[in-house]
Design a protein around this ligand. Structure first.
Ligand code: AOS
Ligand code: ZN
Ligand code: ZN
Length: 426
């Protein structure tokens, strides 16, 4: 299914007057406060977030999975779904493929389809946490960290194959997330597991094209419940540094122990020029992969404050690979992703409103109250008219979620694909 531009234009007619009033009111207020509203709107319009190829169907837990009707059953259909998201939101202009779940059968056809929908190929993700059908070695006791050289070699080769696949599509980054770790004390020798991982990553790094990045994701637990080899940003950074300049740390919001100060982690990594990628989601207990901004929107805003500061002040840090990493267990995946994209844009817009010069002055004066007032003044602003404007300028929908429903997208997908299709993924 492809959403026609004129359908969006027609849908927008209903709300345009209301939008204009709200936008003018807000733009006036922000301009009087010294903001460059046009610059903010164009930054929002430029901000694109990759959609993972595995997040377009229903997610599940180890207790069960409840299918969602009309799920995409192949890569073409997944790209079409991202096309739907992108035409409504104008924010989902990239896909992040998971290999081997989404190996293209016809590279040219996939590239053409993505190109026609204005979708780029962002980081490619390897998978050494599941055994593959014809594989000779098993990852039950780890992959890049395994005590067996044969297992490590198979996992290294898989990552090299993923790079080759990504290269054919125009991707420029490999994301490595390892499930490696142990479930019981004594099961692993920590030092051996870490050293094996470092050596394996170096072998993968050697196969990285010059203009590529390697993104090393960390996670404190799950699926292993006693120890994880790359448990935190420190371990990830050590491994990235051990590989070289093209290796970076990737922060996934759900991969921290409760109450971790993620904004501080993000900030220091940027200072060191080592933040390469970012996975958005939200959580209450662990790696819950809930809709971005649904549980801790203020924390997301504080993280964006640091990201904006870094984007403005840390030229040593590269552009980031942004991706939503969520699981949709009870919601329509496309609606969930639309809500996530909106929450990301909202946090970004609020962070862009922070008066950095005033904040710096208040910090130097140790005016703690003023510092808080500046941050919360930005946070309390209803920035949604700015988001609407950014979408409108690119032909997106005033309200993507309402347009999605008004255009009856899910029913059209069910008509096209049937009820019982299943998307590959977790
Ligand atoms: C796993 O918890 C990580 O968040 C990964 O980034 C990702 O969800 C996984 O690679 C998907 O298969
Ligand atoms: Zn992730
Ligand atoms: Zn995760």
């Amino acid at each position: 299914m492809k959403i026609q531009k004129e359908h969006i234009v027609n849908y927008n007619k209903k709300g345009i007057e209301n939008h204009n009033q709200n936008f003018d009111f807000l733009a006036n207020k922000l301009t009087n406060q010294g903001n460059d509203v046009n610059a903010i709107v164009s930054k929002l319009a430029d901000f694109q977030v990759a959609i993972p190829s595995w997040a377009l169907g229903a997610g599940g837990t180890r207790f069960g999975r409840f299918s969602f009707f009309g799920e995409p059953s192949n890569l073409e259909q997944k790209i079409e779904d991202i096309g739907v998201l992108h035409s409504l939101t104008q924010t989902a202009g990239a896909v992040s493929l998971h290999i081997p779940w989404d190996i293209p059968s016809d590279y040219n056809a996939i590239k053409e389809k993505a190109n026609a929908l204005d979708i780029k190929f962002d980081a490619v993700n390897s998978n050494t946490f599941q055994d593959q059908k014809d594989a000779s070695e098993s990852y039950k006791y780890g992959s890049l960290s395994n005590t067996s050289q044969a297992v490590r070699e198979q996992a290294i080769q898989h990552n090299l194959d993923v790079i080759k696949i990504g290269d054919k599509l125009g991707s420029k980054a490999l994301t490595v997330w390892l499930a490696d770790g142990s479930c019981f004390p004594g099961q692993n020798n920590f030092q051996t597991a870490f050293q094996n991982t470092q050596d394996s990553l170096i072998d993968i790094y050697k196969g990285l094209p010059n203009d590529w990045k390697m993104l090393v994701e960390y996670k404190p637990y799950e699926p292993n419940f006693y120890s994880t080899v790359i448990q935190d940003w420190g371990a990830s950074l050590m491994l990235a540094n051990g590989c070289g300049d093209k290796a970076y740390t990737l922060v996934d919001l759900g991969h921290h122990l409760p109450n971790s100060n993620i904004e501080q982690i993000v900030s220091i990594l940027q200072l060191k020029g080592k933040l390469g990628g970012f996975h958005f989601n939200d959580s209450k207990y662990g790696d819950d992969d809930l809709t971005v901004g649904s549980i801790k929107p203020y924390a997301l805003f504080l993280i964006f404050n640091e990201l904006v500061y870094g984007m403005q002040n840390n030229p040593q840090n590269p552009d980031l690979a942004w991706m939503i990493d969520a699981s949709h267990n009870v919601k329509d995946p496309l609606e969930d992703l639309i809500q996530s994209l909106e929450a990301i844009q909202e946090a970004y817009a609020k962070a862009l409103l922070i008066d950095q010069a005033a904040l710096k002055a208040a910090q130097i004066d140790n005016d703690v109250v003023k510092c808080q007032e500046i941050l919360q003044g930005a946070y309390r602003t209803d920035v949604r008219p700015l988001l609407e404007k950014a979408r409108l300028e690119r032909g997106g929908a005033l309200s993507p979620i309402q347009a999605y429903r008004a255009l009856d997208v899910r029913n059209s997908l069910i008509k096209e694909r049937g009820k019982n299709t299943v998307a590959t993924g977790l």
